[in-house]
Write a protein that binds this ligand. Structure first.
Ligand code: IMP
Ligand code: MG
Length: 333
């Protein structure tokens, strides 16, 4: 029985979606639960020639036998949620906690104007204003909406009894450690804490229930939106290195910097990481593309991974070598 929490180690967009999707398939999870802020997340998963763009559903959606839960700490946009669940054939597996806060159009409107839009560079998905209303205790909850009535349940009850019965649980965080309201560069942060502790709280999981905390780092660092960014390189350097990326939710180009050991060390500490997943190794080392065995990597690529392990005193359990879910080296095997 293993409870695994997966979180982003930098500023989001580390490739959590792909890693969670891989784990759901390789470890045959019957249950995955999403924590995190809400539909400001954008997870891209490529599986069996399909490109899935997820903002609300757990990325475990690719495993057709995984139940997809959304914890009470997560804000839910009803339209985005039901559209995704319909599009990806997941309505019969979707379970939303009765106490999820609801994002309404006026939250989206206010997120797309004023301070949040111009100063913070928010995703405009309504999460900040909806969390503000939730704190003021005026927000609607999922149980207030008729269109959700077939999907509602008690997520903390479900996952804790799953654990009591000796089964695994996969917990998916969103955003990244340095977008945390507490641990990031305020005010250039999201509207909640997003470290492993917060993700557990989002879904109703006590601290003693967790076995593995996998912190995901991309092979380089990216950031969308405003805020300080150590080691940031120029747009033309980004292009030369092949690090160009655009945001899943906003379509904005991402800022970039080389792998940052100071940030990574702090992230390991804040999340109490038990292991690390490194994504997009193929972007740094094109010869790694599609590799599934560690031994096949070039000595440069291996040295990059081993340096991370030595510097961070934490083992690298998973390595992404391409966009497809199974373009993954699983060193747990
Ligand atoms: P908000 O979460 O939409 O309020 O945006 C606050 C800051 O967090 C902005 O800089 C966003 O670009 C950033 N952000 C929020 N969610 C994500 C994400 O999933 N990936 C990357 N950046 C994000
Ligand atoms: Mg993203």
């Amino acid at each position: 029985m293993t409870v695994t929490v997966v979180v982003g180690g930098f500023y989001g967009d580390e490739g959590k979606g792909k890693i969670v999707a891989y784990l759901s398939l390789s470890d045959s999870h019957s249950l995955a639960v999403r924590g995190g802020v809400g539909p400001n997340a954008g997870h891209t998963v490529i599986y069996e020639n399909q490109v899935l763009k997820l903002r609300m559903l757990p990325s475990a959606v690719v495993n057709k036998s995984t139940r997809l839960l959304i914890g009470p700490g997560v804000l839910v946009d009803p339209t985005v949620t039901l559209n995704e669940a319909t599009k990806y054939n997941a309505l019969d597996r979707l379970v939303i906690d009765r106490s999820c806060g609801i994002i309404e159009q006026h939250h989206i409107n206010s997120d797309r104007s004023g301070f949040l839009s111009s100063k913070v560079g928010s995703t405009g998905s309504g999460t900040g204003p909806a969390n503000a209303e939730r704190v003021l205790r005026t927000a609607k909850l999922a149980k207030d909406l008729d269109l959700f009535k077939d999907y509602l349940d008690d997520i903390p009850g479900i996952i804790n009894s799953q654990i009591e019965n000796g089964n695994d649980v996969l917990v998916e965080g969103t955003q990244g450690t340095f977008l945390s309201l507490y641990f990031g560069n305020y005010p250039f942060v999201t509207s909640k804490d997003v470290t492993a502790s917060a993700i557990c709280s989002d879904v109703g999981l006590g601290p003693k229930k967790v076995d593995d905390v996998i912190v995901i780092f991309k092979s380089y660092v990216t950031r969308v939106g405003e805020g300080p960014f150590a080691g940031e390189i120029t747009e033309s350097e980004i292009q030369k290195l092949g690090w160009s990326e655009t945001g899943t939710v906003t379509g904005r180009t991402r800022r970039a910097a080389p792998f940052d050991f100071n940030l990574a060390r702090r992230s390991i500490m804040l999340n109490s990481a038990t292991s690390i997943a490194i994504t997009k190794l193929d972007i740094l080392f094109p010869s790694a593309t599609g590799m599934r065995k560690y031994d096949e990597l070039s000595s440069d690529a291996k040295a990059f991974i081993e340096n991370i392990e030595n510097e961070l005193h934490t083992s690298v359990s998973l390595i992404g070598t391409g966009p497809e879910v199974y373009d993954t080296i699983d060193r747990r095997l």
